[in-house]
Design a protein around this ligand. Structure first.
Ligand SMILES: [Zn+2]
Length: 122
């Protein structure tokens, strides 16, 4: 069982992290409800008029932003999920084996949904 005071602390950590991530996300995307994840990476105005030899570089930059956007959106989803279950008994249990996730692990990442054995490998 996780003490309520610890859950309160986790909620605050999650809320603050989410705010930071959303700021990052809004730094280079615009909201697009139709896009998967709700955002679109945008390039600066005028960047379409670039020399052909620079285009490959622009595409790479766009790909990088897309990757970052996906990472941020995925992390925000994890945080939302954690916040939605933090007041239930499901919080702090491994999604795979339903063992309690060690408190030390949750202190590092309150959005963790698996024990260390079942942590997804990135
Ligand atoms: Zn597990």
């Amino acid at each position: 069982m996780i003490p309520d005071s610890t859950k309160q602390k986790f909620k605050q950590m999650l809320g603050e992290e989410k705010e930071r991530l959303e700021q990052d996300l809004h730094g280079f995307t615009r909201e697009n409800k139709a896009a998967p994840g709700g955002h679109d990476s945008v390039m600066e105005e005028g960047q379409l008029e670039i020399a052909p030899e620079d285009q490959a570089e622009q595409v790479t930059e766009f790909e990088k932003r897309k990757t970052l956007e996906t990472m941020l959106e995925r992390r925000i989803d994890e945080i939302d999920h954690a916040l939605s279950i933090i007041d239930t008994d499901a919080y702090g249990l491994c999604d795979v084996c339903h063992a309690e996730i060690p408190l030390k692990r949750l202190e590092v990442n309150p959005a963790a949904t698996t024990c260390i054995d079942h942590a997804p490998r990135h």
